[in-house]
Design a protein around this ligand. Structure first.
Ligand SMILES: [Zn+2]
Length: 318
C-alpha cells in the first residue's frame, strides 16, 4: 500500500475503494464510492426503486467489508428475509470486481410506503430473516461464514450486530445508495478497530486508544447520505471533513469494476454434470436456456448444441 501524503488527489473519482488511516494511533478505514459501476448493475436489472436502493446499499457494504480480505478471494454478502424483498446478494473480489442481484415480490414491493423506502427500513423492506457474510479465499483455505438475524432498522445497524458477535472484526460502518441526475450512486465508509497493543503507532494507553476509537466512530456516523454519494465531494475531501482534527491519511485507491465471473465454460461444466432427464426437465420449447442471475447473460442450447457439447466432452484433449 503506497501512502499518499497529499489529500484531494482522488477528487472526482468514482468506483473506488479508498483505504485510509486515522492518526495518531493508526485506526484503519475505507471509503467506498460507486458511480457508473452501480449504475450499470442496477440499470441492467431495472428493479423497482425500493429494490435498487437496497441492492445499491448491499453492494457498497460488501465493498467496505471486502477490504478485510487477507488473500485473493471473494467476499459475499447475502440477506434472506420474508418481506417484499426476498434476497439481496452482492459479491466483491479482491481485484475489485463487483456484481449483485435481488429477488422480490412485485406486488408487495409496489405496496410499500414511500417513507419506509426513504428510511431504507430493513423490517419493512426485508422483513425477518438473516444476513450472511462469507469469505472465500480459494480451495486451500477455510471458507468463513458469519450469520446474524436481521435485527436492525437499516443494513448498517444489522452489520453492527454482526461486528458485535464477530471475533474477526470490530468496526463501524455507514452506507447509502440513491438515484441522482446522472444515475444510481452508492457509497460507504467503515472504520476498523485493530486489537489493542502497546506497539500501536503513537504507543497509546488502552484508554487513549478506546477514546480515539469512539471519537472516530462518532465522527464517521455524522456523515450524511448526501456526503457518501455526492459526485462533487471526493472521498478524500469527505475524510478531511470528518477526521481532520485527528489527522487522516488516504492510501492508494483501488478501482472497482462492474464485472461478472460467469462464463460459457462454467455453464457447460454444470450442464455436463446433469443427466439426460434433468436436461429434458429444464428445456423450454425444445431448448435449454441458462441465465446468469448476476449479469443477466444468457446461454441457449438447442438439441444440436447439446449434442455437440456432449461429443466435445467425450473426445480426448477437451
Ligand atoms: Zn454473470
Amino acid at each position: 500500500m503506497r501512502e499518499r501524503e497529499a489529500l484531494f488527489e482522488n477528487t472526482g473519482r468514482d468506483d473506488i475503494i479508498l483505504p485510509f488511516q486515522i492518526d495518531p494511533y493508526g485506526l484503519r478505514g475505507r471509503v467506498v464510492r460507486l458511480g457508473s459501476v452501480i449504475d450499470g448493475i442496477l440499470g441492467r436489472h431495472a428493479y423497482p426503486e425500493a429494490v435498487s436502493v437496497m441492492l445499491g446499499e448491499t453492494a457498497a457494504l460488501a465493498a467496505c467489508l471486502a477490504g478485510s480480505l487477507k488473500y485473493e478471494g471473494v467476499f459475499t454478502l447475502q440477506t434472506k428475509g420474508d418481506g417484499p424483498i426476498g434476497v439481496l446478494m452482492a459479491d466483491v473480489t479482491t481485484a475489485g470486481a463487483v456484481r449483485a442481484y435481488a429477488t422480490f415480490d412485485a406486488d408487495r414491493v409496489a405496496q410499500l410506503d414511500p417513507a419506509d423506502v426513504a428510511a431504507r427500513s430493513v423490517p419493512r423492506l426485508l422483513g425477518g430473516g438473516y444476513i450472511a457474510f462469507t469469505v472465500d479465499q480459494g480451495a486451500n483455505t477455510d471458507r468463513y461464514q458469519g450469520i446474524v438475524e436481521l435485527s436492525g432498522r437499516t443494513l448498517s445497524e444489522c452489520t453492527h450486530a454482526y461486528f458485535q458477535q464477530s471475533e474477526q472484526l470490530d468496526a463501524g460502518v455507514l452506507i447509502a445508495a440513491g438515484r441522482r441526475d446522472d444515475g444510481w450512486r452508492a457509497g460507504g465508509i467503515m472504520v476498523q478497530r485493530l486489537p489493542y497493543s502497546r506497539d500501536l503507532p503513537g504507543r497509546p494507553s488502552e484508554d487513549e486508544y478506546d477514546d480515539l476509537w469512539r471519537t472516530a466512530v462518532t465522527l464517521m456516523s455524522s456523515a450524511r447520505a448526501q456526503e457518501l454519494l455526492a459526485a462533487d465531494l471526493a472521498p478524500d475531501q469527505l475524510l478531511y471533513r470528518l477526521f481532520h482534527q485527528e489527522g487522516v491519511r488516504a492510501y492508494e485507491a483501488q478501482p472497482m469494476t462492474d464485472s461478472c465471473r460467469c462464463s460459457r465454460e462454467r455453464v457447460e461444466r454444470v450442464l455436463l454434470s446433469l443427466n439426460q432427464d434433468e436436461i429434458e426437465d429444464m428445456k423450454v420449447d425444445g431448448a435449454l436456456i441458462v441465465n446468469c442471475e448476476f449479469c443477466k447473460r444468457e446461454w441457449r442450447y438447442d438439441d444440436e448444441a447439446l449434442e455437440a457439447l456432449r461429443k466435445s466432452a467425450a473426445s480426448p484433449g477437451f
